[in-house]
Ligand binder design. Structure first.
Ligand code: S3P
Length: 444
């Protein structure tokens, strides 16, 4: 374990190029591998999670390489063409790689075993096992629900209509990916809009995906099986979830002004920015555009003084599901009470994020209440004292969130393990320091 410390710093300034979006990067590699031909990917996130996807796709028969020009290229095997891997697919910490690939493997007549680290091995897989079994796959999972787990796809994949019991883009994607190799039309019904990178990128690769608005945020996403994916180029925009860390630091450090260009900014991912604006943050969206089917904007963020506490709209939860830890840091410094509800999914992320955030903030001197699926934070408009050692529990976002808080607390904050940051934001520490932070190994 590598402990990392964050010390109080002055204002942040400068332009930071945030690495590629993790969700889009996973999908670019997977879907590129399902085309027949060459797909060129620029801006791919080279974090450990995405590298696990690349390695798994290679074991499943695709050729994937990085060229000296920094571009990644996939040479796909076509839908239905994945091969049986000759060893287990090691997924590390990555829930997205695991759940999407369970869908892909379950939609092919092959068998693959998935293994992961201590965090991933605790995460529930029933949510993907259930629909995959309905489609004809056989799944043998530890304790019925956990990794290590072996999936065997059927000879004939059954197209199904499936209503998601949890708002999850991973489950939606797993079913759609299995459906790509099914006879007939597969439909997923979601009652709350979750990130739609799968639908958009499949369309980008020429697949007909039908999205029907059923009203009240509910929609039905359908695709016919046996469609071909046509190779093309993917330009991965920067990750709005990663960008939220320097953004919140700049908002909390008065007098800051930072620019974060080329950030993926669809209404399925922008919840943190809308919420911070509601709390009084100065965030400008410039030059909105569409890039490879994805909405993108350049952000300019300024620190203009204390935020105010708000009730976060629970309907917004899926569009900011990964950003509650960093939002909690902002809420701890805001004036007034911030309530966050509808957070049951936070219990089953890389860690129990509700618990890790509540424990860490309490240790920093923050007044809060944690419920089964809620968090209420009482701020007084000033940063809490800090001065705590935070347990990271193999969770990158817990580590980065508390390092952000340490930039404003009078006493420094230490996270017990910075290594998980490599899963999603490998250059987090140097990037933050270039903007003006003091983050480094203990005693640096
Ligand atoms: C992701 C979906 C979300 C999110 C995860 C990435 C994706 O998970 O938390 O970091 O790329 O589809 P759920 O689908 O479990 O909500």
């Amino acid at each position: 374990m590598t402990a990392i410390q964050s010390k109080n710093c002055g204002r942040l300034e400068g332009l930071a190029r945030i690495p590629g979006d993790k969700s889009i990067s996973h999908r670019a590699l997977m879907f590129g591998a399902l085309t027949v031909g060459e797909t060129m990917i620029s801006g791919l996130l080279e974090g450990e999670d995405v590298l696990h996807t690349a390695e798994a796709m290679r074991k499943l028969g695709a050729k994937i390489e990085k060229s000296s020009d920094g571009l990644w290229r996939t040479y796909g095997v076509g839908v239905g063409g994945l091969q049986q891997p000759d060893s287990a697919l090691e997924m590390g910490n990555s829930g997205t790689s695991t759940r999407l690939l369970i869908g892909l493997v379950g939609g092919h007549n092959i068998s693959a075993t998935f293994t992961g680290d201590a965090s991933l091995s605790k995460r529930p897989m029933k949510r993907v096992i259930t629909p995959l079994e309905m489609m004809g796959a056989t799944v043998d999972a530890t304790d019925g629900d956990k990794l290590p787990l072996t999936v065997t796809g059927p000879e004939d994949v059954l197209a199904i209509e499936y209503e998601l019991p949890v708002a999850s883009a991973q489950v939606k994607s797993a079913v759609l990916l299995a459906g790509l190799n099914a006879r007939g039309t597969t439909t997923v019904i979601e009652s709350k809009p979750t990130r739609d990178h799968t639908e958009k990128m499949l369309q980008h690769f020429g697949v007909e995906v039908d999205v029907e608005d059923l009203g009240g945020g509910k929609s039905a996403i359908s695709l016919k099986g046996y469609q071909s994916l046509h190779p093309g180029a993917v330009d991965v925009p920067s990750d709005p979830s990663s960008a939220a860390f320097p953004a919140v630091a700049a908002i909390l450090l008065e007098g800051s002004e930072i620019a974060l260009p080329n950030i993926a900014m669809s209404d399925r991912r922008n919840g943190i920015y809308l919420t911070l604006k509601e709390m009084g943050a100065d965030i400008e969206f410039r030059n909105r555009r569409v890039q490879a089917g994805e909405d993108v904007a350049d952000l300019v963020i300024r620190g203009t003084g204390p935020l105010k506490g708000i009730d976060v709209d629970p309907a917004r939860v899926p569009s900011m599901i990964d950003e509650f830890p960093v939002l909690a840091m902002a809420a701890a410094c805001a004036k007034g009470t911030t309530t966050m509800t509808g957070l049951e999914e936070l219990r089953v992320k890389e860690s129990d994020r509700l618990l890790m955030v509540a424990n860490g903030l309490k240790a920093c001197g923050v007044d809060l209440e944690m419920g089964e699926d809620s968090l209420t934070i009482h701020g007084n408009g000033k940063p809490p004292k800090g001065g705590a050692l935070i347990e990271t529990a193999l969770d990158h976002r817990i580590a980065m969130s508390f390092l952000v808080l340490g930039t404003v607390t009078p006493e420094f904050i230490t996270v017990d393990d910075g290594a998980p940051i490599m899963t999603s934001f490998p250059n987090f520490v140097p990037l933050m320091n270039e903007l003006g932070c003091h983050i480094g190994a203990v005693n640096d």
